[in-house]
Ligand binder design. Structure first.
Ligand SMILES: [Zn+2]
Ligand SMILES: [Zn+2]
Length: 271
């Protein structure tokens, strides 16, 4: 975890000066520190789903406690409620000493449905698609100025077909991130306990989807927490043999959507 990182899911998408954030895993704490330095923050926070690894960073997101922050929170409206209900549960005694209602940031909540298209203004379009994950999850496609990216996590592929919801989200995108928690061997019970039905996919499936959808650049995402840097290096080597434009997500990685080039910003230089 020294090179690839150990925080849970949090991805930032910048469209001009608009900031979209996908999930508030523990990675959002670092983002909060940067935003506080900027003085004020206005952002749209989209949840793929409300599992703990995707929400648990929010109580440690410093802008949540500033009255200058405007936080628009989007997530799927399910039988269990929307993002607001889940976050109220997260930030409640005895799990956390500050309740969501006590935070100074101005919060607005929006419930989403799969297949919905949102116009965020300034030419930003966000499209949702249903993923195959316990309790459901949403994948997102973001379009801005003739560019498109797709963020697809967490999801499990089907044995007999490509998931057409996922292919549609990723169609012709410049960059797609995809849940590549496992290798096919791990998924198929060839190494110890199998992982079918756990709601996650493989790097081999990521490549099949990327090719079918004609995605330009594939970013393998949501690394399994038991994988070491060395394990991820070997996944990278295998994936690069099978696809000519694939990288592994890495903490601090910034991708230029227009060119596909990327840099990895060391944490010490962003604080
Ligand atoms: Zn999940
Ligand atoms: Zn997850």
């Amino acid at each position: 975890m020294l090179r690839y990182g150990g925080n849970t899911s949090c991805v930032e998408v910048r469209c001009g000066d608009r900031l979209l954030v996908f999930d508030s895993g523990t990675g959002i704490r670092n983002l909060g520190e940067q935003l506080v330095l900027c003085g004020s923050a206005s952002l749209a926070l989209f949840y793929t789903h409300m599992h703990l690894d995707h929400v648990m960073g929010l109580p440690f997101f410093a802008p949540l406690y500033l009255g200058t922050t405007q936080l628009d929170i989007y997530g799927q409206q399910t039988a269990h409620g929307g993002p607001r209900e889940a976050l109220v549960k997260l930030m409640t005694h005895p799990l956390f000493p500050v309740e969501l209602e006590q935070c100074s940031a101005r919060l607005q909540f929006f419930g989403l449905k799969p297949g919905q298209e949102l116009d965020l203004g300034d030419g930003i379009k966000v499209i949702t698609g249903l993923l195959n994950h316990p309790g459901d999850a949403l994948g997102y496609r973001i379009e801005y100025r003739s560019r498109a990216v797709a963020h697809v996590t967490d999801t499990e592929h089907f044995a007999d077909r490509l998931d057409q919801n996922v292919v549609a989200l990723c169609k012709n995108v410049d960059v797609m991130t995809y849940d590549a928690s496992y290798s096919n061997d791990e998924y198929c019970y060839k190494q110890g306990v199998g992982r079918k039905g756990w709601g996650h996919s493989t790097w081999e499936e990521a490549i099949r989807v990327a090719v079918a959808a004609n995605a330009k650049k594939l970013v393998l995402f949501h690394h399994d927490f038991t994988h070491t840097d060395a394990d991820l290096d070997s996944i990278r080597d295998g994936a690069m043999l099978a696809h000519n434009n694939v990288i592994l997500a890495q903490e601090g990685m910034e991708i230029d959507v227009a060119t596909g080039t990327y840099v990895v910003i060391p944490r010490s230089s962003v604080i």
